[in-house]
Design a protein around this ligand. Structure first.
Ligand code: CA
Length: 240
């Protein structure tokens, strides 16, 4: 899976410089210039890492990081803070609120990329590191890779988590509310419709390897992952 990096930086030149280097390093990137827009992005799908500027208009980076750390759904997103400040006290408060790393401007883009690699590498893959294999579909939590007979299936972070949950709980039906709770956590703004959208994207990704019928719609109830029974409705609108 390609990791998505969210860059929150209000200075256009720096934002561009980071984005250029992040993309060149093979990551997806989303750029926003304030905390409010960052939150909208995060509400849609969790990024794998945030590069967060300290000095932002309106809400500061540090305040935003504190909010992310106080919610269950966003608590674990790695954050690398950027700042022009050099005082020791600032570094301490950045690390105290739980930033995973800290860089002082001006910084070398190469060093930032090295730190992004390092932070992503030490992500708690330990939580559930076991490779899951179901009838040709292989999901490896250690590197977030999903493959089918050797072909890599490209998934967004939410589709990945959705598939991970479904593959670790196969042959069981989950309502959209249950999936929201399990996959999206405590996010209040998400609705059942969000689940349908991501199920559709997941199916589309699995279609490339003809495994889209593993994600089954159970009419009037919800969804199930099943590699055995193929007789269910595929249409994701069937539950509405
Ligand atoms: Ca700034």
């Amino acid at each position: 899976m390609i990791a998505t990096i969210l860059i929150v930086e209000d200075e256009a030149a720096i934002q561009e410089l980071i984005a250029y280097n992040v993309q060149r390093a093979g990551y997806e990137c989303i750029c926003v210039e304030n905390a409010e827009k960052a939150l909208a992005v995060i509400n849609d799908a969790l990024p794998d890492l945030i590069v967060l500027d300290w000095m932002l208009p309106q809400m500061s980076g540090i305040e935003f990081a504190r909010i992310l750390r106080s919610h269950e759904r966003t608590r674990a997103i790695p954050i690398i803070m950027l700042t022009a400040r050099t005082e020791e006290a600032d570094k301490v408060s950045a690390l105290e609120i739980g930033a995973d790393d800290y860089m002082t401007k001006p910084f070398s883009p190469r060093e930032l990329i090295a730190r992004i690699h390092a932070v992503l590498r030490r992500l708690p893959a330990a939580a559930c590191d076991e490779i899951i294999k179901i009838d040709g579909l292989r999901l490896s939590p250690a590197d977030h890779r999903v493959t089918c007979s050797g072909s890599v299936i490209e998934l967004g972070p939410t589709e990945y988590r959705l598939l991970h949950f479904l593959m670790t709980h196969p042959e069981r039906v989950y309502s959209r509310d249950q999936l929201l709770h399990q996959v999206w956590g405590d996010q209040v703004s998400a609705e059942g419709r969000t689940v349908d959208v991501h199920i559709r994207r997941l199916r589309k990704a699995l279609e490339a390897v003809s495994k889209d019928d593993y994600i089954q719609t159970v009419r009037g109830i919800g969804y199930r992952f099943s590699a055995t029974a193929m007789s269910f409705v595929k249409d994701s609108d069937a539950t509405t």
